[in-house]
Design a protein around this ligand. Sequence first.
Ligand SMILES: *Cc1c(COP(=O)(O)O)cnc(C)c1O
Length: 230
Amino acid sequence: MEHKLSEDAILAARQRLDAVDTAVTRGLADARRMGEHVTCIAISKTHDAEHIQPLLAAGQRHFGENRVAEAAAKWPALRAEYPDITLHMVGQLQSNKAAEAVALFDVIHSLDRPSLLHALAKAMDAQGRRIPCFIQLNLEGAAQKGGCAPAALGGLIAAARAANVPVAGLMCVAPLGLEPAPWFALTAKLADDHGLTGLSMGMSGDFPTAVRIGATHIRVGSALFGERQR
Ligand SMILES: *Cc1c(COP(=O)(O)O)cnc(C)c1O
């Protein structure tokens, strides 16, 4: 595979990574978060291996997908080539896909309900593997599919601890078309209230804002891959 990679594609990937990195560094400085690290997850959903390879060659190692089947089709071959990849699940997860997700991913960002927690715990027990999970918030009520309501957060965290499922922090997607800062601030406050330090928030359009408000993980798709075709 390697020999088909063009130098131009690698250079373009490096420039996109540098641009994100520069914005992150500026956001950290604005927030007086100097010396802190933000993990940039390249969201590769809909993009095939050919378009992922230049980012890998440019040094990117954290990637995210939103569908189990798509990830299963793409990532085992890429991991064989780059064993130090960390793969993140950022999409809604059905309980009947929990075992496959635990086998495939290193971090899950979409834990949002007790039934999924129990399916993940069972899969982790069976596979002898603990996967850190971010709890995805529902910030919009009925307008948003899935996500854990803020009022249900304490119960879900307690249930995760009881099931020995590591809770990495909170994850949110800011509502489309609204100023994202208040949603990020609410997510940061809820994490603080519950003693959680990880904050998975910020996408291509709003990650600098998220970093200023405390994001520890940003999920960047189109700014690294270009616009999605589907
Ligand atoms: C697609 C996706 C992203 C990345 O979106 P971009 O706007 O392309 O950066 C981030 N988080 C989740 C949950 C996604 O589904």
